[in-house]
Ligand binder design. Structure first.
Ligand code: AVI
Length: 314
């Protein structure tokens, strides 16, 4: 396929973010572009790695606080999940609170519809209404659902992938989408020793490295790039000041390459910042929620205080 034909099919926002992000001196590409088909498969693998505790701990926490959640949240309402839903965590919530409607919202339509089909076979009586939309913006919910007892569900500590200012905006958009009287159940990964945090993002099997490097393969494939992927190394930094794990792609030699006909040159040691994963203490997560117009009403943490689920009210 010619470069013009390839670029005419490319996502214009991806192209703009990459061209802007590769310009120095502080190179950075938004983490949302990790999730093409290969990236989503690799992320699924990450969630099963021995070093990646967040999924395991949050799942165990959901199991343990099922009864407490059922006391706080009336059954027969609607669950709006921000994201396509996980095969393990979503069923636990649905079993606990028995809603009438389940509305998963995700930008990736195929992924969304596939997981909705799997879930429907497990919950045949549940009304599942997948919505293909960008949940980082305020959106209109489908008009055929009951607007009483709305619960937003945002697990996985995905909030941590947003810098605090964007996290506040995101929470405010969720508040506007869900409306007055809604509740939100949201997961936060807690601050802990760098000896635990760093391996969770730099696993021995190299799956997270492949996930990070896949971004460069995606750029080459979708934007007609010729980045020498083998010149980049996966690098993890615990940034204590910002309380976040950072992922970078560090260049190990001087290189030149082009993307969409634009030339770039990198020196040895230059890097591209590809992801932030913020971690929280109780004060910082409460402050974030309040700044986002949500009032925390209950907090559930695991025995190690590694992960916290917060129920908040609009
Ligand atoms: C999706 N998100 C919450 C993951 C995280 O832990 O920040 C993404 C991830 N990146 C590398 N490993 C997992």
């Amino acid at each position: 396929m010619s470069e013009t034909a390839l670029l005419s099919r490319a996502d214009p926002q991806f192209l703009a973010d990459v061209l802007e992000g590769l310009r120095g001196p502080r190179r950075a590409i938004p983490a949302r572009w990790f999730y093409d088909e290969r990236g989503s498969t690799l992320f699924d693998e990450i969630t099963r790695l021995p070093e990646y505790y967040p999924t395991r701990n949050e799942t165990a926490l959901l199991k343990n606080c099922k009864d407490a959640l059922a006391e706080q949240i009336a059954s027969g309402g609607a669950v709006i999940e921000f994201g396509a839903g996980s095969a393990t965590k979503t069923p636990l919530l649905l079993e606990a609170i028995d809603p009438e409607f389940y509305v998963p919202v995700d930008i990736s339509g195929d992924y969304l519809r596939n997981s909705a089909t799997v879930l429907q076979s497990r919950f045949p009586d549940l009304n599942i209404i997948p919505v293909e939309a960008d949940f980082t913006q305020t959106m209109v919910l489908p008009d055929n659902i009951a607007y009483t007892n709305i619960l937003g569900f945002f697990p996985g500590s995905t909030i941590g992938n947003f810098v605090p200012r964007s996290g506040v905006d995101l929470l405010r958009h969720m508040r506007a989408t869900l409306g007055e009287g809604a509740k939100l159940l949201i997961g936060f990964d807690r601050i802990k020793s760098a000896d635990v945090l760093v391996p969770a993002y730099d696993d021995a099997a190299g799956v997270t490295a492949a996930f990070n490097l896949n971004l460069l393969h995606r750029i080459n494939r979708e934007l007609g790039g010729d980045i020498p992927v083998d010149a980049f190394l996966h690098q993890i930094v615990w940034n204590d000041l910002e309380a976040r794990v950072e992922m970078h792609l560090r260049c190990n030699r001087d290189i030149r390459f082009s993307v969409a006909g634009v030339d770039f040159s990198f020196d040895e040691g230059d890097s591209i910042h590809t992801e932030n994963s913020h971690k929280y203490d109780l004060r910082s997560l409460r402050l974030l929620l309040r700044s986002g117009c949500w009032t925390p009403v209950a907090e559930y943490s695991d025995p190690e205080d590694w992960f916290t689920l917060v129920l908040a009210e609009a």
